[in-house]
Ligand binder design. Structure first.
Ligand code: NAG
Ligand code: NAG
Length: 294
């Protein structure tokens, strides 16, 4: 299983991310008692950022351009917002995070405040840990209208233990925000091609694989714990692991070679010698070049 150590294309050469939910914050009213609003997001409602520096506004009006797939956001998210006050024109929200991680921050807005009548009336900057993430945010302008959803996202690296989002008004006195999501960005582990996993399961059953050989979980992932006797190859094109060799010689195996083994399209070698496995390797495995069988 280690024979391709130097030539393998390992997945960490690729940047492929999966978003893990850390925290979703909806500045919603109390009628949402921990409801799951769409997808796997759990919206946690708050009425204030604290310190008496904000007030909230809400509307029953329909919100336009509430997003569709792949991210489904509920309309209610945009019908409640926090607005800063004269005493504290900036709106700031801090969450605790693990240091030295990458985060994807999603900010949800809709101009639902009666005081703002159109474009240019409320403009603010958004800072993340003091750095400007979005400059001159004008919700009415960017979303195209009042009562219209606007979603902004930014990926940031945070060195410390807190992530602070600050909205600083530059035109009009107050900032506004409807909801915040913060995700930790992690690399998705690519998996083994499903058909090939199925084929290995058929083989496991057909040859009565001894328990000591395991063969549980994903055959190739994690690579340090690839299934014994299974050689894996990373297919960078499909972004999946595939099986390119089976070294099961002298394992005291019996049973037979199942038809499904033909699904292992990437096999380069099979060694079943020293066992008492019945049957042959299907001719459909046309690409197998160095079969050392039975
Ligand atoms: C996230 O932000 C980037 C950069 O502003 C933008 O191009 C992209 O469309 C945004 N993604 C979504 C789903 O809104
Ligand atoms: C297959 O296994 C046998 C027995 O361990 C070994 O002698 C043989 O060299 C192996 N064949 C290949 C092609 O590795």
């Amino acid at each position: 299983m280690s024979r391709f150590n130097s030539t393998m294309a390992y997945p960490h050469f690729f940047f492929f991310f999966l978003l893990i939910l850390l925290s979703s914050l909806s500045l919603s009213s109390s009628d949402y008692k921990g409801n799951h609003w769409g997808g796997d997001r759990f919206w946690f409602g708050v009425q204030t950022f604290g310190q008496g520096g904000d007030k909230h506004v809400s509307t029953e009006r329909k919100i336009r351009k509430v997003s569709g797939g792949p991210n489904y956001y509920p309309e209610q998210l945009y019908q409640f917002a926090l607005i800063s006050t004269d005493s504290q024109p900036d709106l700031a929200y801090t969450i605790e995070v693990e240091p030295n991680k990458k985060f994807s921050v999603w900010l949800h807005f809709a101009e639902i405040d009666q005081q703002v009548t159109g474009v240019g009336k409320r403009v603010f900057d958004v800072l993340i840990n003091g750095d400007v993430a979005f400059k001159d945010v004008d919700i009415a302008k960017m979303s195209g209208d009042l009562f219209t959803a606007l979603v902004l996202n930014k990926t940031v690296v945070v060195s410390g233990r807190s992530l602070t989002i600050t909205l600083h008004p530059t035109k009009g006195k107050h900032a506004i925000i409807n909801a915040i999501e913060v995700f930790e960005v992690v690399r998705a582990e690519s998996r083994t091609l499903t058909d090939e996993v199925k084929a290995l399961h058929s083989l496991k059953k057909a040859i009565g694989l001894p328990v000591r050989l395991g063969w549980n979980g994903d055959p190739c992932v994690p690579q340090q714990h690839a299934w014994s006797g299974v050689d894996c190859l990373f297919d960078a094109h499909r972004f999946k692991w595939v099986i390119d060799g089976l070294d099961l010689d002298n394992q005291g195996l019996g049973g037979y070679v199942p038809k499904d083994i033909a699904k292992l399209h990437h096999l380069q070698s099979i060694n079943f010698s020293g066992n008492s496995i019945r049957g042959g390797i299907p001719s459909t495995l046309g690409t197998v070049t160095s079969l050392e069988t039975l």
